[in-house]
Design a protein around this ligand. Structure first.
Ligand SMILES: Nc1nc2c(c(=O)[nH]1)N[C@H]1C(S)=C(S)[C@@H](COP(=O)(O)O)O[C@H]1N2
Ligand SMILES: [Mo]
Length: 255
């Protein structure tokens, strides 16, 4: 964080406190990435007022293009020991828990579309057999103001995209979910080493409320960018938007 922000200090001159406060309010209300959330995602602590102003100024200059441009695919979100796992883990969706979609494991098929060479769909046993399977303990941060640490396991999404012959030079990867939720991410995030196509949560098959049969887990992104109950994945150069993104939440929403 410090490295990325160096050189920003001079640019702060001429920005009054009300202007900065306005920027912060707008970021919080419209773009959905609060300062605290940014600090959590990137693992840096924002402690003093000067650092805060620098961050706000940096953020005020963000738009999706600039964010994508400064995104460093080697930057890792913090990982934690298993002792740090939050129990019970919070459930969240745009509906209550009793409306969680019931996805049938036997008939489930993951559809692939867009700029992908192998468009055949995948059954669950085929997905579970993918290798290598990896695990990570990371923090999930919801824009509504809570965070929780959990353990997810699955395959690196980059491995899966390569396996199916996705066009890795395309701009976006889009997701459709069994509950009609949808979202999309930029290709550098899709290829990030911590981005997992996760089939397991806390060493169990992903429970229904947490996204059965699979979710995309990205510790570098806010919770709403992490789609649960994925039924289709497509690669495209046309901006696909998202359920919350289309209502004004910042599309990039990450570090
Ligand atoms: N399919 C789907 N995915 C979704 C959502 C949703 O409503 N439907 N909500 C998002 C939001 S806002 C959050 S915070 C996380 C919650 O994930 P959890 O239930 O595992 O905590 O899922 C994200 N992915
Ligand atoms: Mo969220």
């Amino acid at each position: 964080m410090t490295k990325r922000l160096s050189g920003m200090q001079g640019s702060l001159k001429g920005h009054s406190r009300p202007q900065i406060e306005k920027i912060e309010r707008r970021l919080f209300l419209r773009q959905g990435l609060s300062l605290g959330a940014l600090a959590l995602l990137s693992g840096c602590s924002v402690t003093d007022a000067e650092a805060l102003q620098k961050v706000l100024w940096t953020m005020s200059r963000w738009n999706d293009r600039v964010q994508a441009w400064i995104f460093d695919s080697d930057r890792l979100a913090p990982e934690f020991p298993e002792s740090a796992i939050t129990m019970p883990f919070p459930f969240n969706a745009y509906y209550r828990m009793d409306k969680v979609p019931a996805v049938d494991a036997a008939s489930y098929k993951l559809e692939l579309g867009g700029l992908v060479r192998e468009k055949r769909s995948w059954t669950l046993p085929e997905l579970y057999a993918l290798k290598p399977q990896v695990s990570q303990v990371t923090r999930h941060i919801c824009v509504e103001g809570w965070s929780a640490i959990g353990k997810w396991s699955g395959v690196r999404f980059s491995d899966f995209l390569k396996r199916v012959g996705a066009d890795l030079t395309a701009k976006y990867v889009g997701f459709r979910c069994a509950d009609k939720y949808y979202t999309s991410i930029d290709m550098p995030t899709a290829l990030h080493s911590q981005t997992l196509l996760a089939f397991r949560f806390a060493d169990q098959i992903l429970p229904a409320p947490f996204g059965f049969p699979m979710k995309l887990r990205m510790p570098t992104k806010l919770g709403f960018k992490n789609p649960k109950h994925i039924v289709a994945i497509f690669v495209t150069n046309e901006y696909p938007g998202g359920y919350w993104e289309d209502q004004g939440y910042n599309w990039f929403s990450g570090s």
